[in-house]
Design a protein around this ligand. Structure first.
Ligand SMILES: [Ca+2]
Ligand SMILES: [Ca+2]
Ligand SMILES: [Ca+2]
Length: 298
């Protein structure tokens, strides 16, 4: 009954403003409309806890700005989970908690892909995906915080296909290994080939990944890596094992590397890898890297 009354109120306001527009200041009528709409008719933000794959998919596929989706315990994914919707700059979509075990997914599939924008992805583990654990592409302005990507069959966290303005903060990526290639591709963090502008890694750790800790191979825009640590990367017959691989041959892209640490990696601590762009390395060092600390940094 209450809803019916409010519905009638809204209808009458519509009719009133339509008929009496000239006598009613537009701002006043709009604000009273908005008040009613916000109270009852807009999709209000939800707080949802999920503990099954179907509930998780339902929450994600219907997510609206301001929603908080909390994953409870471990959910076994049977196929890639896509974040296709988007929040807004002032009201992000929040997904937090739990573990996503992707070991039951089809071969070659990613664990989670983010095609949308304005997500906060926090306090979560994504593991055992046949290919990359977490992929950010197309969209941007996503914030990834305290997310662990482990034991995936390609890179733990990858940004490419135009993914831009992402901030990866205090995350862990470890023991990712592409067994079928002898470890040639699985990096802790790959921001490579085709990622967009303004991607930042801050306070993250990559260790025991089969290829590199960080890999900016073919990345066309500047990436910022600060306060990060890469240790013990490089194993399998083909793993390269650089702490920070900072581009590739034929590129002229400046990257920013600040207060980072590279220790005990199989190859170099920091390798420009043929990128002739000026790489600003400040306050960064390390030890125990088999080939040495810096190579081809211009
Ligand atoms: Ca792959
Ligand atoms: Ca490699
Ligand atoms: Ca690599």
């Amino acid at each position: 009954m209450k809803k019916l009354i409010k519905l009638l109120m809204v209808c009458s306001i519509f009719v009133f403003t339509a008929c009496e527009k000239s006598e009613f200041p537009a701002t006043e009528s709009n604000s009273s409309l908005n008040e009613v709409k916000n109270e009852n008719f807009s999709a209000t933000a939800r707080s949802i806890s999920v503990n099954t794959e179907s509930a998780l998919r339902s929450a994600v596929s219907s997510a609206n700005p301001g929603d908080i989706i909390t994953i409870s315990g471990t959910i076994n994914l049977t196929r890639t989970l896509e974040f296709a919707r988007s929040g807004t700059s002032s009201s992000k979509i929040n997904i937090t908690g739990g573990t996503l075990n992707c070991s039951g997914q089809p071969s070659g599939s990613w664990g989670v892909k983010v095609n949308g924008s304005y997500w906060n992805i926090t306090n979560m583990t994504i593991k055992n995906a046949p290919d990359c654990g977490l992929v950010l592409q197309n969209g941007g302005h996503n914030f990834v915080y305290k997310v662990t990507t482990s034991y995936n069959g390609d890179s733990g966290l990858q940004i490419y296909n135009g993914g831009h303005d992402n901030y990866i903060y205090q995350c862990y990526s470890n023991d990712n290994y592409d067994a079928q290639n002898g470890g040639e591709n699985a990096d802790g963090y790959a921001c490579k080939l085709s990622a967009g502008r303004n991607n930042v890694f801050d306070g993250c750790t990559a260790h025991h990944n089969s290829d590199d800790g960080w890999d900016l191979y073919g990345q066309p825009y500047t990436v910022t890596i600060k306060n990060c640590t890469a240790t013990n990367n490089g194993y399998g017959s083909n793993g390269d094992g650089n702490g920070f691989k900072l581009g590739s041959a034929g590129q002229h892209v400046p990257h920013t590397v600040t207060n980072d640490t590279a220790k005990n990696n199989k190859a170099w601590g920091y390798d420009g890898n043929g990128n002739t762009g000026h790489i600003t390395i400040t306050g960064s060092g390390g030890s125990g890297n088999i080939k040495g600390l810096f190579a081809r940094i211009y």
